[in-house]
Design a protein around this ligand. Sequence first.
Ligand SMILES: Cc1ncc(COP(=O)(O)O)c(C=O)c1O
Length: 483
Amino acid sequence: MWISSFEIASRRHDARCGTPRRRHARIAVQVPLPGRRFAQLPVPDGTGVARERRVLTPRVERLERVECVDRQDTFGDRIPNRVFESGQMLRLAPEARHRVCVPDQDDQLEGLLALWLGRLDPHSFPLKAWRRLLNRTLVTAGARLTEYRDPAGLVELRRAIADRLGPTRGIKIEPEQVIMVAGCQEGLNLTARLLLREGDTVAIENPAYQGAAYLYESYHTRLVPVRVDDCGLSVDDLPKEGAALLYITPSHQYPMGYTLTLERRLRLLDWAWRTGTYVVEDDYDSDFRYRDSPVAALMGLDSHDCVIYIGTFSKSLGPGLRLGYLVVPRHLAGPARAVKTLLDNGRPWLEQAVLSSFIATGGYTNHLRRIRQSYAERREHLMECLRRHFGETKVSGAECGMHIAWHLPQDLPRAPVLQTMAAERDVGIYTLRSGAVCDFGGCAYSERTILLGFSSLNERQIRRGVEGIAAAVDASHCCGGNV
Ligand SMILES: Cc1ncc(COP(=O)(O)O)c(C=O)c1O
């Protein structure tokens, strides 16, 4: 229920009728009426959430706790009803019902070899350079640590990002269009707050990144899943009438890894302009492109100010930093800054200042070059190991990013079965469901795709991981097992 909002007209035109159309970016202060929120919560019936009964071995149970084995939760599942027995919990917002992927605990990981998704090698962090710059920044900080700063972020850092995005992603912008955020996730949240209101339609890839799907659902929007094939999102399947927002990962579709072709990019932008839809481009891991020259970002190709671009330092430096950025069309710069102010008054000054110096001194470019090379080698090694044990292997997403999607051949078990078999050998691999993916049903990939990350493991670990999967498969063949 919206009880207070103010609207800022933006420059959008309706191509169909050729008349100027006011597209409204809404900065809304959403204040739920208590009775309404209360009514949306499930009434506890004491039975808890219905779950398929499974017998778990201690190993599989342990791996399930660290997300390497499918849990039986599905999109929209709720936390067990017993927590609703407390009066306080009844005041929880509906989005708090979702299961959250918590960081693993070290004691749960002993002996586990997981091909983690999107994780960095902890040794890759540029510790020496960071420490040096941190010390220097602290010495010269003066009052900057004790004062409020620009909520949109440190201007030097925003300028450095704007300067990088031209040559690397074809995006030509002013620093004022860059808003520093706490990683992609806050960028998604900020844009949702800026553009969405209850009941709006959000078009989203199917399968999609769970962090985005759950977020949009939490804004009480209507999600319209759009099929993905090996050329990326199927533009022909976009809703003809448009949407308030389209969420897309065009560089390296999460989770399948497909790159949206140039032809589809242009058609998608045309659709967005004709229908007055904002496109949210999540460019989470395009720093790592191994083959082919990168296709320009959607925002770089957009001439109608339809696209909002989100980038992150989580994949190049580490998610522990919580630093990412949002790039908005010029007409949204002021509103986005206003929303950021409401959210948290901006990111910490110190980390931004250190990162800004790291980029300015050339350290970041060198660091990226180094880890890109190392990831390329690890990816190649993973592919080689798969070929050695499983013959010609069909994978997608190997040109870019930190994981590949392995399309299982018919003589291997279904993905959840293979995952459990590998888990019994202390090897963690991911099905779509356990890999932070939201599958809206009818998704062609769910049963026969395994996601394998390679960025956090050295070659020996990768080899051991694939050997573990192969040994599990061999053992099941020997026993005439379940394939
Ligand atoms: C597709 C996608 N988008 C966004 C994120 C979130 O990244 P961040 O740490 O920058 O919030 C992830 C995390 O892995 C991701 O896979």
